[in-house]
Design a protein around this ligand. Structure first.
Ligand code: ATP
Ligand code: MG
Length: 743
């Protein structure tokens, strides 16, 4: 008796902080359980409390628990939350990602998995290099069958659990070629004892199928299997789970069909529906109360997602506060958008909030640059989550290396980076020889290339390739000399072959890389245009390029905020899954950007975009800003943008528009949105007199009338960009320009 009471008291803390539905899920006696619930309803919380419940109330050994989630960070957090709840640590419990857990299995059973003991993992870059080598041996036409495409093919097959021998086909050219490569690749991996990411999952699955005694061992061990973010499991992951749980183990999966956002990577939303038929005795628990967001935010999310068809259907409510309206900002352009966000962030931080409680979310990686620059400008620490900062990205570093060589041929790092990117037949051996020459002559790699060619130190093929590289850079340099900075960048992006290089790769990542390259042109064009007409400061084109490159390295070298430092969080919507923040900025809500143009014209793609938007909105606890730009520089051009359809799908009554043109006026808010049209007083100090706002018509003594497009800096450094009717766009220094405000 006493013992029971002790136990009851002991576990109450696990259930007390849960609602009834959550408690039902946590203490469920069901063999298999699907928790299907919308964002912020406590799915992850239920999973954590369920584990605590098993350990504490059902006296399950931590050794019998296997918990799977989507990212390593989420796994670490999950373990942390269990240990915090129970105030002790559980070493024997397996908590990890599918890849992490499968890898662990293979390490323990390398022999049975047909691997050498010292097998090693091929990362995506290694994998690509290997496929290229294979394609060369097989004499595959790289133009016709780019290695990246082959890589994508192989990985998708593995995600579906298919080996080359299992693939049925009609003997068409494409499949036959891909299969030849796939087979040769499998052999090469086996010979070298290497496994790629997809192989980790596939092998671990096969390990169980081929070794019933091992499977049995793990089935007996992992009596309790729990999976978070179940809606994003792919075929092979689901198969792996089913096999493990098959023998009547307890399986609990939690997920939200409305948050399935990895369809493009093979995730199958159908696994949720499938679950009921694969585990006929399963219980379904629905959680309907949202604890995360204010009701305005939650209603906005609910209304938006209602536009999708074929949902499993949910009814999410909250008894929390209504909260503030969602603020919608129509920015003049992307710079204005970034500036607006930083201003609002600063206000919010002045209110005593922590930076890490705020997140800026975007659809596409390339959008981060403008935001990063705006944050850097005010010195606000930020952290880019699950991605590199703009100037550290591989494709950007490559493009910058070309630009660097224009300025300085003896930049060895730049030569190292791009001598064979895109591939031009300069192999590792040749590069070794060139390094050797450089060492012997104590000269730069560039000079060593010249030396090596002149002294015929290389095979004639290699020598031709190196010569072609030298000529390419020289030609580029010549062609670029008279060009403006952004034209130089555009020229380099075009003629370096970098875009084609990534086009061949295919897939989402390659698309992002190409977008980033185009974004680089945009970056240079806004850096461009000193337009100091009034003072005629003479900056030569090459000095200007050097200045830009310095700025880029400074930006890149400026390390991300320390892990421990309080920093604003920047991330793509995809990386934001499962997280929550007090304040969220959802940016770039424009047709073509979000929803992304690649996914807009088919229903499935569009619905996945809408789910992504739903994920974005539901990250916010207290305050949500949505923004879009009337015009955005994309791919180097200024595009006029239409607001995203997702904005219209959020009911008007939940939204308050922050209108730039009305919020800026003469006397209010001198710190944002407007620049003082000052004049020097008798004492030489700035006396702000009038405010000038974006979109305003002004007149200039020499250039005539125009519209204010942009501004930057403050006080005597303030500059405005005016699009003059007669002479086009110019940057002018405010204190000299003597602009007259019209109308
Ligand atoms: P997502 O779909 O975004 O992954 P989720 O369903 O996993 O969301 P959680 O992250 O578990 O939701 O919970 C959302 C927030 O609500 C968390 O801050 C969590 O602590 C809180 N929460 C959940 N349930 C309760 C509850 N019963 N009482 C108080 N707070 C709760
Ligand atoms: Mg969650």
């Amino acid at each position: 008796m006493e013992k029971i009471e002790y136990a009851a008291m002991d576990v109450s803390y696990i259930l007390d902080s849960l609602n009834e539905q959550q408690r039902n899920a946590v203490a469920s006696p069901a063999q298999s359980l699907l928790v299907l619930a919308g964002a912020g309803s406590g799915k992850t919380r239920v999973l954590v409390h369920r584990i605590a419940w098993l350990l504490q109330a059902e006296h399950v050994s931590p050794f019998s628990v296997l918990a799977v989630t989507f990212t390593n960070k989420a796994a670490r957090e999950m373990r942390g939350r269990i240990e915090e709840l129970m105030e002790q640590s559980f070493g024997g419990m397996w908590v990890g990602t599918f890849h992490g857990l499968a890898h662990r299995l293979l390490r323990s059973h390398w022999q049975e998995a047909g691997l050498p003991e010292d097998f090693h993992i091929l990362d995506a870059d290694d994998q690509l290099r290997l496929i290229k080598r294979i394609n060369r041996t097989l004499q595959i036409d790289e133009e016709r069958w780019p290695a990246k495409q082959c890589q994508w093919y192989i990985n998708s097959q593995k995600d579906e659990g298919l080996r080359a021998d299992n693939i049925e086909h009609f003997d068409d050219d494409y499949t036959r070629t891909m299969l030849d490569i796939y087979k040769a690749y499998e052999e090469a991996c086996d010979r070298g004892g290497m496994i790629d990411f997809g192989e980790i999952l596939l092998r671990a699955h096969e390990l169980w199928l081929k070794n019933p005694q091992i499977l049995q061992h793990y089935q007996q061990r992992f009596q309790y299997v729990l999976v978070d973010e179940f809606q994003d499991t792919n075929t092979i992951q689901y198969a792996w789970l089913r096999v493990l749980a098959g023998a009547g183990n307890q399986l609990m999966v939690v997920g939200d069909d409305d948050q399935s956002i990895y369809g493009w990577r093979g995730a199958r939303i159908e696994n949720i529906q499938q679950f009921g038929s694969d585990f006929p005795d399963s219980d379904i628990v629905r959680l309907e109360q949202n604890y995360r967001s204010t009701s305005n935010i939650l209603n906005a999310a609910n209304k938006l997602i209602a536009h999708n068809q074929g949902r499993l259907g949910k009814n999410l409510w909250t008894d929390g506060a209504e909260g503030e309206l969602i603020s919608l900002y129509e920015a003049f352009n992307e710079q204005d958008e970034a500036r607006f966000i930083v201003d609002r962030l600063q206000d919010w931080l002045n209110g005593g909030n922590r930076r890490s409680d705020a997140a800026i979310l975007y659809r596409s990686n390339a959008q981060s640059r403008e935001l990063e620059e705006a944050l850097l400008r005010v010195g606000m620490p930020y952290r880019i989550y699950g991605g590199h900062r703009f100037y550290e990205r591989l494709e950007i570093k490559n493009a910058l290396s070309y630009l660097r060589l224009l300025v300085n041929r003896h930049d060895d790092t730049a030569v190292e980076r791009i001598i064979n990117v895109p591939t031009r037949g300069i192999g590792g051996k040749t590069i070794d020889t060139i390094r050797q020459v450089a060492r012997e002559h104590n000269c730069s790699l560039w000079q060593a290339c010249v030396e090596a060619v002149n002294q015929t130190l290389l095979s004639s093929r290699a020598s031709n390739a190196v010569l072609a590289f030298l000529q390419l850079i020289d030609e580029m340099s010549k062609a670029c000399e008279p060009l403006e900075l952004h034209e130089k960048a555009a020229y380099i992006v075009k003629h370096s072959g970098l875009v084609q290089h990534h086009e061949k790769e295919g897939g989402e990542k390659a698309r992002a890389r190409i977008e980033n390259l185009e974004e680089l042109i945009t970056a240079t064009s806004s850096f461009d245009d000193p337009g100091m007409d009034e003072e005629e400061i003479d900056v030569s084109a090459s000095t200007f390029l050097a200045a830009f490159l310095d700025q880029a390295s400074l930006d890149a070298g400026d390390t991300q905020a320390e892990e421990s430092e309080d920093a604003v969080q920047l991330m793509t919507l995809h990386s934001a899954k499962g997280l929550e923040f007090q304040l969220v900025f959802l940016t770039g809500l424009e047709e073509g950007l979000f929803p992304h143009k690649m996914s807009m014209d088919n229903l499935a793609g569009l619905e996945e975009e809408r789910r992504l938007c739903y994920v974005g909105i539901t990250r916010a606890k207290n305050k949500l800003y949505m923004s879009y730009a009337e015009s955005r520089r994309m791919h180097g051009d200024v595009n006029l943008c239409r607001p995203s359809r997702f904005i219209k799908e959020v009911p008007n009554e939940l939204v308050e528009e922050v209108r730039l043109k009305t919020t800026i006026n003469r006397s209010h808010m001198p710190s944002r949105g407007g620049v003082a049209l000052g004049h020097k007083s008798a004492h030489g100090a700035e006396v702000p007199e009038t405010q000038i706002s974006l979109g305003q018509r002004v007149a200039h003594g020499k250039f005539g009338e125009g519209v204010v497009l942009n501004y930057e800096g403050q006080g005597s450094n303030a500059r405005v960009q005016v699009n003059f009717d007669a002479v086009g766009s110019k940057w002018l220094v405010m204190s000299y320009a003597k602009l007259e405000v019209l109308g």
